[in-house]
Design a protein around this ligand. Structure first.
Ligand code: SF4
Length: 228
């Protein structure tokens, strides 16, 4: 099949092929399901930093303040100092405490397990009422803590989806999430998300992507690919 015909395939077919291609490249990833509140706090710490800094901050916090009630009731400066490696610690500490207070008031205790009773869309809408919880963070929580069939759209997924023409070039991250949702083969949303993250971090990077020898080159409509 020549490249013009492949680029013309419907987005759903291209997505299915990308799922298979990335599984051949990276395998089928595994993930660890965490308690939902742990997952949310970890995701809040991950904003605007890398996994290494996020994990350092999380472990320092858990060492110094071993449960979420202690985090909620601590002086905000103590939380801020503990999570310093994650960056934006002043903002993140305040938001974490505010969200913990909301969780206790909304669910009658420091647990997000009741979210499991809600549909994906209802849970995401409810979570998004809180400052610091955007669409991606809410989708990550539902996908990884509740095994929901969702592919959260972070900066890597967003960039790749537009380069590969799965969504229009000007589609927002949330529009990309909604458009991709029906196109991903059943049972593949989370593993596809993880493989897209790996692809975006190691090959289809924001700057200087490794287009030469890219296994998705024929499906890619990004105009810069011929120069990389
Ligand atoms: S050809 Fe380049 S821009 Fe296109 S998907 Fe592959 S690495 Fe990304």
């Amino acid at each position: 099949m020549n490249s013009t015909k492949r680029a013309d395939l419907k987005p759903g077919n291209k997505v299915s092929r990308a799922v298979r291609t990335l599984e051949r490249l990276f395998g089928v990833p595994r993930w660890r399901t965490r308690d939902p509140l742990d997952e949310l706090m970890l995701t809040l710490l991950s904003q605007n930093t890398n996994d290494n800094n996020r994990d350092r901050a999380y472990h320092r916090l858990r060492e110094r303040l071993p449960d979420w009630r202690a985090v909620m009731e601590a002086d905000v400066g103590e939380v801020e100092a503990a999570i310093h490696p994650a960056g934006l610690s002043e903002v993140k500490a305040g938001r974490m405490q505010a969200i913990l207070r909301w969780v206790e008031a909304a669910f009658g205790g420091l647990s997000l397990k009741p979210l499991g009773e809600l549909s994906d869309d209802d849970a995401i809408s409810l979570l998004k009422t809180q400052k610091g919880i955007g669409h991606k963070t809410a989708a990550v929580l539902m996908a990884f803590a509740f095994d929901r069939e969702l592919c959260p759209v972070d900066t890597h997924v967003h960039r790749i989806a537009r380069r590969l023409g799965w969504v229009p070039a000007r589609a927002s991250a949330e529009a990309t999430f909604l458009r991709l949702r029906p196109l991903i083969p059943k049972g593949k949303a989370l593993t596809f998300h993880l493989n897209l993250l790996r692809f975006g971090r190691t090959r289809c990077t924001a700057q200087r992507p490794l287009c030469e020898d890219c296994p998705l080159w024929n499906d890619c409509i990004w105009e810069g690919k011929d120069n990389e």
